[in-house]
Design a binder for this molecule. Structure first.
Ligand code: NAD
Ligand code: MG
Length: 409
C-alpha cells in the first residue's frame, strides 16, 4: 500500500483536528510530515508530540522559538518554522505528496497556491483561496499537474456523484445542474427585525455542524453558501445558472448532481466532516473514517425549500460577484472577512455584514483577476474600504447603530 506523506496547513482548527482523527486510524497509509497553526502553541506542541511531524509552523517567530524549545526538551527533533515563508516551505516539501489546505480565509491563499504549483495532491478546505483567485488556481492546477480534491462537504458530495471520468466538462458527462444543499444556518426561520439582536455566540451555534467561528458566521449569513457557489463554479466548470441552492435543514443530503435524463444523484451521510476528509485523503479508495452509519429511519424526514435571497442578501451578493467576474469575488471575500471579524468583536450588528459587503463591492473598482498580485491588491483595497465603513459608523457611535435599529424595526 502506498504510504502518503501529509502536510496539514491549519492543523489546530476544526478541519485540522478532524483530519488528524482520520489519519490516526490509518497509520499504514498516512504519515504526518508537517503541522501548522496560527498562534495556538500548546495545541500544536501536543499534536507534534503525538503525530511526530518533521516540521511545524507558527505565524510569529517568538511563538516558533518557544515551541521549538518545548519540543526539544520533550526529546522531539521536529524543526519549527514561522510565517508565510514557513508555510510555503512545508506546502512544497518533496516528502509530502498530499497537502491539506485548512487555514481559514485569505491567510491560506499563498501556501495553498504554493502547494498547487508544486504539483501536490491538494485537499481543499480553504474555500476562500479559490473564491479569491479561482482563475489563477485552476490554471496553476493544469500547468503543474496538481490534483485538487474538495473537502467542503457539498463539493465532496458532488465529486462523489459525478462520473469518475469527469474532467471539467459537465456537458460531456450529461450534467444539467449542480444542486448545493444549505442547512439555512441557525437563523433560518428568523424575521429580519429579529436578526438585529442576534449575538456572536448565537451565530456560532450551528444546528448541525461544529465548525470554526468564521465559517459559522458565514453559515448564519449564508455567505458560506455564496462562497460555495463560487467554489463550485471553479471546481466543476459550472456557469452560474447551472449552480442551484436548496435549503435542506437536516444536512443529510450533502449536495446533488442533476443529469440531463432526469436522474438526480445525491450523496447522503451524517453531518460529520470526517467523511469528506476520509474520501479526499484516500481518493478514489474508501477508508474507515470513524463516522457512524446513517440510519434514515431515525432521521425520519428530509425537508427542502428555496433560499430567501432578500433576508440572506449575502447569497445574492455572491451570485452577483460571480456575474461581475474579475476581482469582484476577491472583494466580496475580503469585505466579508472584515465584516465577520467586526461582528465577532461586537462592533457590528449581524445585518450590517451584508450591507457593508454590498457597499464595498460598489466602491472598490473591479479589475481582471489574471494574477495573484491583482487579486491581492483588490483584497487590500476592499479590506481598507471595509474598515473605513466600520470606522465611519464608530465615529457616529451608538447613535448611528441605534438609528439604524429603530429605522428597520
Ligand atoms: P478554524 O478557525 O477552526 O481553524 C483555522 C485554522 O487556520 C487553525 O489551525 C488556525 O491556527 C489557522 N489560521 C488561522 N488564521 C491563520 C493565519 N493568519 N495564518 C496561519 N494560520 C492561520 O477553521 P475551520 O472551521 O477549521 O475552517 C478552516 C477552513 O475550512 C475554512 O476555509 C472553512 O471555510 C473551511 N471549511 C470548514 C468546515 C468545517 O466544518 N469546519 C467545513 C467546510 C469548509
Ligand atoms: Mg460546506
Amino acid at each position: 500500500m502506498l504510504m502518503r506523506g501529509v502536510t496539514l496547513l491549519g492543523s489546530t482548527g476544526s478541519i485540522g483536528t478532524s483530519t488528524l482523527a482520520v489519519i490516526e486510524r490509518q497509520p499504514e497509509r498516512f504519515r504526518v510530515v508537517a503541522l501548522t497553526a496560527h498562534s495556538k502553541a500548546e495545541v500544536l506542541i501536543a499534536q507534534c508530540l503525538r503525530h511526530r511531524p518533521e516540521f511545524a509552523v507558527l505565524s510569529k517567530a517568538a511563538d516558533a522559538q518557544r515551541v521549538q524549545d518545548a519540543l526539544r526538551r520533550a526529546g522531539s527533533d521536529c524543526t519549527v518554522l514561522h510565517g508565510e515563508q514557513g508555510l510555503e516551505q512545508v506546502a512544497t516539501l518533496p516528502q509530502a505528496d498530499t497537502v491539506v489546505a485548512a487555514i481559514v480565509g485569505a491567510a491560506g491563499l499563498k501556501s495553498t497556491l504554493a502547494s498547487v504549483r508544486a504539483g501536490k495532491r491538494v485537499l481543499l478546505a480553504n474555500k476562500e483561496a479559490l473564491v479569491m483567485a479561482g482563475g489563477v488556481f485552476m490554471s496553476a492546477v493544469r500547468e503543474h499537474g496538481a490534483t485538487l480534491l474538495p473537502i467542503d462537504s457539498e463539493h465532496n458530495a458532488i465529486l462523489q456523484a459525478l462520473p469518475s471520468d469527469f474532467v471539467g466538462d459537465l456537458d460531456a458527462v450529461g450534467v444539467r445542474r449542480i444542486v448545493l444543499t444549505a442547512s439555512g444556518g441557525p437563523f433560518r426561520l428568523m424575521r429580519a427585525d429579529q436578526l438585529e439582536r442576534v449575538t456572536a455566540d448565537e451565530a456560532c451555534a450551528h444546528p448541525n455542524w461544529v465548525m470554526g467561528r468564521k465559517i459559522s458566521v458565514d453559515s448564519a449569513t449564508m455567505m458560506n453558501k455564496g462562497l460555495e457557489v463560487i467554489e463550485a463554479h471553479w471546481l466543476f466548470g459550472a456557469p452560474r445558472d447551472r449552480i442551484a441552492v436548496v435549503i435542506h435543514p437536516q444536512s443529510i443530503i450533502h449536495s446533488m448532481v442533476e443529469y440531463r435524463d432526469g436522474s438526480t444523484l445525491a450523496q447522503l451521510g451524517q453531518p460529520d466532516m470526517r467523511t469528506p476528509i476520509a474520501y479526499a485523503l484516500a481518493y478514489p479508495e474508501r477508508i474507515e473514517s470513524g463516522v457512524q452509519p446513517l440510519d434514515l429511519t431515525r432521521v425520519g424526514r428530509l425537508d427542502f425549500s428555496p433560499p430567501d435571497l432578500e433576508r440572506f442578501m449575502c447569497l445574492r451578493l455572491a451570485y452577483e460577484a460571480l456575474d461581475q467576474g474579475g476581482t469582484a469575488s476577491a472583494v466580496l471575500n475580503a469585505a466579508n472577512e472584515v465584516a465577520v471579524s467586526g461582528f465577532l468583536a461586537g462592533e457590528l450588528r449581524f445585518p450590517r455584514i451584508g450591507e457593508l459587503i454590498e457597499d464595498v463591492m460598489a466602491e472598490v473598482p473591479m479589475a481582471p483577476a489574471d494574477s495573484i498580485e491583482a487579486v491581492l491588491s483588490a483584497d487590500r483595497m476592499a479590506r481598507q474600504c471595509a474598515q473605513d465603513w466600520i470606522d465611519r459608523r464608530r465615529v457616529g457611535g451608538d447613535a448611528i447603530v441605534a438609528a439604524r435599529v429603530s429605522g428597520s424595526a
